[in-house]
Each structure stands twice: as structure tokens, then as C-alpha cells.
Design a binder for this molecule. Structure first.
Ligand SMILES: Nc1nc2c(ncn2[C@@H]2O[C@H](COP(=O)(O)OP(=O)(O)OP(=O)(O)O)[C@@H](O)[C@H]2O)c(=O)[nH]1
Ligand SMILES: [Mg+2]
Length: 295
């Protein structure tokens, strides 16, 4: 019998560079929600990709940012502790935008740790060859990477080569997760995130950042029907008004779209009971953040 390899690769990068999209693409399942708004991911999510002889655990992380409140302070602390514990770090940068001060800041953070760093230059599906080449060169100039890979998390370009390399870095050892697992997230957090994804799609400016979703109850009504009760927390009455919308149009649209996502995830019919509640400054409320599992 050949020995198995197994280990953790943590994803670092500015908000919106495509970390969650990449984790989903490699795992082959939606384990993390994705949006075009920065700071979508709030928790560390392990996405698991298992083959016959290796288990690659990708740790999706919030984008690196300057903390502004308890929420973002927790997110940033988590990024740093996960990076310190991982077998390797995968720094993702945006090929379209090139390398900026934010990327350099993260590169310095990574250089001070002892973990090997791999750089993924993402979104090459939207780049000319010259643009991709320029970002690859700028990524090399960061002087942290053992290897640099041009990829597209969206089209799948370059992912096989990247995954083969990451797998080769993993230490020999037994698997950490059962082979059929794709994520370590609890069902209630996964369902809450799917609801929040629909909120992110339909809101703008400060609203996406002010919303967190909590699933309060999951009840199996029949073999083919699950009832889910969820609350969307916001920080102000004005935000509550936006999420409800004129005549309830917005909350209905969020509910209908989210229900379809929950049905896909759970593989059965879902009854979704959705409410909006105001909790002033929940982003600075340590007790609520604990309860929401943002730590
Ligand atoms: N064109 C293109 N777009 C991509 C690619 N990868 C991700 N995106 C888009 O980039 C946006 C951000 O993607 P996410 O995966 O949410 O980014 P993230 O790095 O996880 O962001 P945070 O969680 O906020 O840190 C989404 O609109 C994605 O569809 C890619 O390879 N090509
Ligand atoms: Mg993300």
C-alpha cells in the first residue's frame, strides 16, 4: 500500500481576488459563497478535495484587510492564525489589476512565517497574454513565492497543474476528514450563508456588509420537506426597510432565490421562513459574533 498525503493549504489574498471561487472549483462543490462585493467570506472554511492517495484541505479565509470593528478584527486574527497553522499558503492575486500595496502587505505577512508560499495569479480568463505576463512578473518580484501559477478559478484554466503541485507539498499522513466530506461547515451555517449570498446579490453600498444571517431552526417535516427558519440581522431600521422592499418585494425575491439554493443543497423541498431583525452595531457585539460562530 502506498502512503497517503494529507494537509492544509490556507488561502491568502485581498478581498475579491477569487479565493472562495477557487476553493469551490477545486473541491468540485459549492462550499463557500461568492459575490462581486469585497469581504464576502467571514469565517475560515475548510474545503476538502480527496483522491485515492491524497487529501488536500483548502482553508478559505476572509480577505486580508484593516480591522474596523469586532467583526473584522476577528476575521483578521483568524486569517493570521490559520496561515500560521497551515502546511502551505496560497497567495491569490488578481491578474487583471496587477500587484498593489495590499498584495505587498500580505506578502510581507507571509514572508515572516515559515510556511512555503505559492502564488496563484487568478482571473487570467479576462486578461490579454501581455497583462498576465506582467502580473506574473510582478508576482515574482514580491520575492515570496516558491512557485507561481497563472489560473482562472472561473474557467478552470491551470487548476490541474496547481492542484498537483499543492498536493506534492503535503506531508505524508492519514486523512483528516472522511473521504466523502467536502467541508467542515455545520449545516446551519452553510444554509445561512446561502441565504446571505442572495442578499449580497441584491444589495449595494453599506448594506451587504451590515447583514448577517442566522438559521434558528431546521425541522424535517416529511421525508421530502424540510422547514428552515432564518433571520437576517441588520444594524439599522433603514437597512431593514431595504431588505423588506416595497410591499415586501425584496424579501420575497431573496426568499424565493434562497429557497432554490437550499433545495439544491439539501436535495429535497424546503419551506423557508425568513425574517429581518435590527440589532444595532451587531458587528461590535462579541456575544452575537460568538453565537454566529465568527471567531
Ligand atoms: N473573470 C473571473 N472572475 C472571477 C474568477 N474568480 C473569481 N471571480 C469573481 O470575482 C469575484 C469575487 O470572488 P470571490 O471568490 O467571492 O472572492 P474572495 O477572494 O473569496 O473574496 P472575499 O471573500 O471577499 O475575500 C466574484 O464576482 C467571482 O465571480 C476568475 O477566475 N475569473
Ligand atoms: Mg471569499
Amino acid at each position: 500500500m502506498t502512503a497517503t498525503r494529507s494537509g492544509f493549504v490556507a488561502l491568502a489574498g485581498r478581498p475579491n481576488v477569487g479565493k472562495s471561487t477557487l476553493v469551490n472549483a477545486i473541491v468540485g462543490r459549492k462550499v463557500a459563497i461568492v459575490s462581486d462585493k469585497p469581504q464576502t467570506t467571514r469565517r475560515a472554511i475548510r474545503g476538502v478535495a480527496t483522491t485515492d492517495d491524497s487529501q488536500l484541505v483548502l482553508v478559505d479565509l476572509p480577505g486580508v484587510q484593516r480591522p474596523r470593528d469586532a467583526l473584522t478584527a476577528r476575521m483578521q486574527r483568524r486569517v493570521e492564525s490559520e496561515l500560521a497553522d497551515a502546511d502551505a499558503a496560497l497567495l491569490l492575486v488578481n491578474a487583471i489589476q496587477g500587484i498593489g500595496p495590499g498584495d505587498r502587505f500580505i506578502a510581507r505577512l507571509l514572508a515572516s512565517a515559515r510556511t512555503p508560499v505559492i502564488v496563484g495569479v487568478n482571473k487570467i480568463d479576462r486578461c490579454t497574454v501581455a497583462q498576465t505576463a506582467a502580473t506574473l512578473q510582478a508576482a515574482a518580484d514580491l520575492d515570496v513565492a516558491e512557485e507561481i501559477f497563472p489560473i482562472s478559478a472561473r474557467s478552470g484554466q491551470g487548476l490541474d497543474v496547481l492542484v498537483a503541485h499543492l498536493s506534492s507539498l503535503l506531508p505524508e499522513g492519514p486523512f483528516f476528514f472522511p473521504a466523502e466530506d467536502s467541508s467542515d461547515q455545520s449545516e446551519s451555517v452553510m444554509l445561512a450563508e446561502l441565504v446571505r449570498e442572495q442578499v449580497l446579490r441584491r444589495t449595494r453600498q453599506e448594506v451587504p456588509h451590515a447583514v448577517e444571517v442566522e438559521v434558528e431552526e431546521i425541522v424535517e417535516r416529511r421525508d421530502d420537506l424540510i422547514a428552515v427558519r432564518a433571520v437576517m440581522w441588520v444594524e439599522a431600521d433603514s437597512q431593514k426597510g431595504i431588505l423588506i422592499g416595497a410591499g415586501g418585494a425584496m424579501i420575497r425575491a431573496i426568499g424565493t432565490a434562497a429557497r432554490k439554493e437550499l433545495e439544491r443543497e439539501l436535495g429535497c423541498r424546503v419551506h423557508l421562513d425568513l425574517a429581518v431583525r435590527v440589532r444595532k452595531a451587531w458587528r461590535s457585539d462579541d456575544r452575537l459574533l460568538d453565537r454566529l460562530g465568527i471567531e
